[in-house]
Design a protein around this ligand. Structure first.
Ligand code: TEU
Ligand code: CA
Length: 545
């Protein structure tokens, strides 16, 4: 059986604002990415997920789109985009674009028309409701980024729904004319030769019946996995993707395993794969804000990811990730970015590239980029972070030092500092001061230094990608946990009927004995020099065959 292309490749995610600046304005751009095409090819990746590059007032860095068919001028032109597409394709790398269709910018022409009059043709393309009896918002929903999820439009006296910022009004998928316009837009991107879409918060598109008519207690989780989600996804698949080999990847916070399995079931798929959020929600108490961090433990991570591995085994497919543009840096969150930075970054890359599913490497993780600790809130740029600062120091009454410590741990800006290309000024990212300051550790941690060091995370990542490509057990083998109890060692197997790999990962700073039964296997790849020892050193990772 031949697997679809997206099951056998490794993906790489680019956040264009922070990847490479070609023209010295401090903002990453398409020509900057084009200048790094050979670097991308050298990794051995087969898919690039490009975060939004469309026209946007940048309230949420491109996730507020004002024109789905225009390129953000600071990123370049449609010609630059076409050159990037062709440069990727010439190197055997497919291009996946971001689809942000739960909401648009309030500056999108659709919303401008919708807002203009109650009897506008496009009024119903967004979600408008009259005020509650007391004149306040129609219900008690809160925005993901803080404050009410409803904004009053003074002119019409009605509220519109925005699950994210007030500049990101939610589109109304219940309106068939809107869906036709959206699918037509997607078809035009398909005609331009893209290879798929990553779909932003796609499980929020079906709002519950009776929205805004009272009785909707609780927050925005009421909008998750709504009643017509399957219908909308089925219609989209039929209208846009039928007869193509494009990949569809859902971003689905709060999607339970059962539903994810059903939606990605290869016998009748609505999406090809999806990103779940269970492991990135492990380091705060259920119900608490993400800023109230608790330790991330390996046994919890192992239990969660193993559950998804088993659950998707028969007919589903996992998207695999440890970090992205919304999450703290992988090595800082799951590893030890102080004493064992290189080793733990390598171990985490081993985990990502040996689980079953399609792995997504976030830019910079291949050189072990770490969280940043800015001195002041003034250095942060992300709207979620800035809103949280006001909430933590305001309503929560915390002092500045406490609030800053919480923000340093979880801010999305940890993942958004410029890609560290070299020890040159501005990390080699730009000739000008970047839109967000680089992590000051760039002098020691950068691509140029990693290229020159044979045992760097970068070279190890390339070896892992190559090994995965040539090892059927690592692409399509079953996942089996070999010890569910060990406090520090994560041991698992990937096996096909004819081949097997055992992966041994020491998630601790102390040596751990390798169980004797695996002593006869040989190590094909590991992150230390002594790969035959009976104990695994601190943060040692081995792939055994
Ligand atoms: O993120 C959706 C989401 O639910 C969270 O990851 C959220 O961004 C935040 O991290 C919660 O703390 C997607 C995009 O990836 C994100 O960049 C956008 O801001 C968001 O949707 C709105 O489009
Ligand atoms: Ca630029």
């Amino acid at each position: 059986m031949t697997l679809p292309w997206w099951k056998t490749c490794v993906a790489y995610q680019i956040y264009p604002r922070s990847f490479c600046d070609s023209n010295g304005d401090g903002v990453g751009d398409l020509r900057g990415i084009i200048s790094k095409l050979d670097y991308l090819a050298s990794l051995g990746i087969g898919m690039l997920w490009l975060c939004p590059v469309y026209a946007s007032p940048n309230d949420d860095n491109g996730y507020d789109i004002s024109d789905y068919e225009a390129i953000q001028p600071e990123f370049g032109t449609l010609e630059d985009w076409a050159a990037l597409r062709d440069g990727l394709h010439a190197r055997g790398i497919r291009l996946v674009m971001d689809l942000v269709a739960n909401h648009s910018s309030d500056e999108h022409a659709w919303f401008v028309e919708s807002r203009a009059a109650k009897d506008s043709d496009k009024r119903d393309w967004y979600i408008w409701r009259p005020p509650a009896a007391d004149g306040g918002p129609p219900n008690d929903w809160q925005s993901v980024f803080g404050g009410p999820a409803w904004e009053l439009d003074e002119a019409s006296g009605e509220y519109y729904l925005h699950l994210f910022t007030r500049k990101q009004p939610d589109l109304n998928w219940a309106n068939p004319q809107f869906r036709d316009a959206l699918f037509a837009m997607m078809q035009r991107w398909v005609a331009l030769g893209i290879d798929g879409f990553r779909m932003d918060v796609i499980n929020l598109i079906s709002k519950p019946d009776g929205l805004g008519q009272g009785g909707n207690e609780g927050g925005m989780d009421r909008a998750l996995n709504g009643p017509r989600l399957r219908d909308y996804l089925a219609e989209m698949r039929h209208e846009v993707f039928a007869g193509t080999d494009l990949v569809t990847i859902g971003e689905t916070p709060g999607m339970p395993l059962d539903l994810a399995r059903e939606i990605t079931d290869e016998r009748a798929p609505l999406l090809d794969m999806q990103f779940h959020f269970e492991h990135v929600d492990l380091d705060h108490a259920p119900g608490a804000s993400k800023w109230d961090s608790t330790p991330m433990t390996m046994p919890a991570l192992r239990a969660t990811l193993s559950r998804w591995q088993a659950g998707m085994e028969a007919h589903g497919w996992n998207s695999l990730y440890l970090g992205n543009h919304d999450q703290p840096r992988t090595v800082s969150r799951y590893g030890d970015d102080v004493r064992y930075r290189r080793e733990s970054a390598m171990l985490l890359m081993t985990l990502l590239l040996t689980l079953k599913g399609t792995p997504f490497i976030y830019q910079g993780d291949e050189i072990g980029m770490a969280n940043v600790a800015f001195d002041s809130i003034d250095d942060y740029r992300d709207i979620e972070t800035l809103n949280a600062w006001r909430w933590l120091t305001g309503e929560r009454g915390l002092d500045a030092a406490t609030a800053l410590a919480m923000i340093r741990k979880k801010s999305r800006d940890n993942a958004r500092t410029p890609m560290q290309w070299s020890a040159a000024p501005n990390a080699g990212f730009s000739s000008a001061p970047p839109w967000i300051a680089p992590n000051p550790d760039y002098a020691d941690h950068n691509v140029a230094a990693a290229e020159a060091e044979p045992d760097s995370v970068l070279h190890y990542t390339r070896r892992l990608i190559a090994l995965r490509a040539q090892t059927p057990a690592l692409t399509c083998g079953h996942y089996r946990l070999l010890d569910a109890e060990h406090p520090a060692l994560w041991l698992f197997e990937r096996a096909t009927p004819s081949s097997r790999c055992v992966i041994a990962l020491n998630f601790s700073a102390t040596a751990q004995a390798l169980p004797a039964e695996f002593g006869t296997l040989s190590c094909v790849l590991g992150n230390t020099a002594d790969r035959a020892a009976e104990t695994l050193a601190a943060w040692e990772a081995r792939i055994l065959i």
